[in-house]
Each structure stands twice: as structure tokens, then as C-alpha cells.
Design a protein around this ligand. Structure first.
Ligand code: PLP
Length: 242
């Protein structure tokens, strides 16, 4: 993998074709229709000229992890695409985030949910949200504990401007994706249990990144968030722009 998988001389279209092929094979292994998994290219640190290339190749939704960076770049990118926030949202960034994004994958606390509901109310907008779950109980990560998720879904149901679509997780990094599988499985089981407990459909599972998305697809991912495999190593990009 590494350089071979995302060599700097490759075009975006070549890297996209490889990612789509990996997605197609994972869906075939899992007996899932290919259209049941959507690709969310992650454009953090990627500048608008390269985002334009991705739009020209047919990409219609992108993920950003920081509000400041998204606020600077989105006006420089083609219209008609949707932006998803995938990183932690600080309370003081909620108001600028609302007009930029149509999905927020990283709703990670009840207080953030409340702030987001008021900001969407004030802006006259509805927002699709996913509840981020801290699947490995890591102190360094944001997210609801698995035991809090049903309560969080009920709280979201009480917010008229929020539409809770499902769950999201950023499991611990492991070089071997097989070691991440139990966390993906846990998120899916938690989703099934939460649907049963709350009666709320939670169709979406946002899980899987460049090196482990096949495993995530096998375990039920509906959105995979892919940066490096499409845009190359971010360290290189940062060095180039430093
Ligand atoms: C950066 C990022 C990704 C993409 O990671 P890659 O390993 O580059 O594919 C996915 N999800 C989140 C939350 C991220 O911040």
C-alpha cells in the first residue's frame, strides 16, 4: 500500500477508481448492494483546486473536520455539493457551522445537541445528525458512551430541527483492520439495540477510513469517510504548503 496505493503521480480519477473497486469487492463479500454504501471524501488540508477536480470526477458530498477551515474553503468550491462535518464541534462554532453543513456526523454530547437545536431553530434550518459513540471508551476521544446512546436518541427526537439518522465512530487506529472489526460490529449492534429500545429508525452507520473501510463495509457501514486513499498523505500536503 502506501506510495503505491496513492502515488503522487496518480490522478484523482485513478485513485477514485481504486477506492470504488475496493468498495465494490467489500460489498460483494458482504452480499450488500453497492449503492447501500456511500463514499464521503474527506478534504481536510485539501485546497479548493483539488476539491474542484473531485467535483469534476462526480463527487457530490465532502467531509471536513474543522469549521474554520470549511468556512474559508467552501465559498471557493463549486456549488451544488453537500458538506458534512465529521470532526468535534465546539459550542462556540455551532452558529457558523449551521449554514455550511447539511449533516453533522459528530454530535457527541447532549449539551452540543441542545446548542445545535437552538442554532438551527434561529436559522430556520433542519440538520441531519449522527451520534458519535466512543466505542473503545478512550479518554482522548469524544462521543457518547454506548450506555448513553438510547437517551441521546430520545433527546434528539425531542429536537424539532434535528433529524437523527444513525451512529458514527472513530475506533482506535490499528494497522491490521481485523483488529478494528470488533468496534465496527459493536457500533452496528448498538444501533440495532437502540432502534429496538427507542423505536427510532437509525439507518446510517458512519464508520471506516482509508485503511479499514472494507472491514467497516462488511460490518454494515453506510458512509465511509476516506481522505488519504483519495487525496494522498496529508503530511505531504502540509509540507508542500508549509
Ligand atoms: C481525517 C478523517 C478521516 C479520513 O481519514 P483517512 O485515514 O485519511 O482516510 C475520517 N474520519 C475523520 C473523523 C477524520 O478526521
Amino acid at each position: 500500500m502506501g506510495d503505491e496505493a496513492c502515488g503522487v503521480t496518480d490522478t484523482f480519477e485513478q485513485r477514485l477508481a481504486r477506492v470504488r473497486e475496493r468498495m465494490r469487492r467489500a460489498c460483494a463479500r458482504a452480499n450488500r448492494p453497492p449503492e447501500s454504501v456511500r463514499l464521503l471524501p474527506v478534504t481536510k488540508t485539501v485546497e479548493p483546486d483539488r476539491i474542484r477536480e473531485a467535483v469534476a470526477a462526480g463527487i457530490k458530498a465532502f467531509g471536513e473536520n474543522r469549521v474554520q477551515e470549511a468556512r474559508r474553503k467552501i465559498p471557493l468550491c463549486p456549488g451544488g455539493v453537500e458538506w458534512h462535518l465529521i470532526g468535534h464541534l465546539q459550542t462556540n462554532k455551532v452558529r457558523p457551522a449551521v449554514p455550511l453543513f447539511v449533516w453533522i456526523h459528530s454530535v457527541d454530547s447532549l449539551s452540543l445537541m441542545g446548542t445545535l437545536e437552538s442554532a438551527c431553530d434561529r436559522a430556520g434550518r433542519r440538520m441531519r445528525i449522527l451520534l458519535e459513540v466512543n466505542v473503545a471508551g478512550e479518554a482522548s476521544k469524544f462521543g457518547f458512551a454506548p450506555s448513553q446512546v438510547s437517551e441521546a436518541v430520545r433527546a434528539a427526537n425531542a429536537c424539532p430541527h434535528l433529524e437523527v439518522m444513525g451512529l458514527m465512530a472513530i475506533p482506535p487506529f490499528r494497522p491490521d483492520p481485523e483488529e478494528v472489526r470488533p468496534y465496527f460490529r459493536l457500533l452496528r449492534q448498538l444501533r440495532d439495540e437502540t432502534e429496538a429500545a427507542t423505536g427510532t429508525p437509525l439507518p446510517e452507520l458512519s464508520m471506516g477510513m482509508s485503511h479499514d473501510f472494507e472491514t467497516a463495509i462488511e460490518e454494515g457501514a453506510t458512509w465511509i469517510r476516506v481522505g488519504t486513499a483519495l487525496f494522498g498523505s496529508r503530511r505531504t500536503v502540509e509540507e508542500e504548503t508549509a
